[in-house]
Unconditional design. Sequence first.
Length: 96
Amino acid sequence: MKATIRTNRHWRHFVYRHDVPSDVLERDFDWTDPETEIDGFFRYRGTWYHVSEFMRCPPGSSFERWDGYSSDSFFSGVLIRFSDDGESYQVGTYCG
C-alpha cells in the first residue's frame, strides 16, 4: 500500500533555541542539551519539533524523496526534507 503525502512544498527556515518559548523547551525538550541543540527547531500544525526526533527514511520506501520521518501512529506521521545547505526545510504529513 502506498502512503498519501500532503505538503505545500514551501521552504522554511529553522528556529533557534532562544526563539522557542521557554515553557515549550521545559515541557517538550527537556532532554535536549542547550549547548549542542541551538537550532533545528520548527513548529508545524501547532506542534514543536526538533530535527533530532526524525529517523532517516529507508531507501526504496514511499518516502525516498524525503530525508526523515517522525511517526504519530503506525500509519501516520510527519516528513521532513532538508535544503542542500541545511538551513531550511520542507515539511509534510503522510498517512497510509
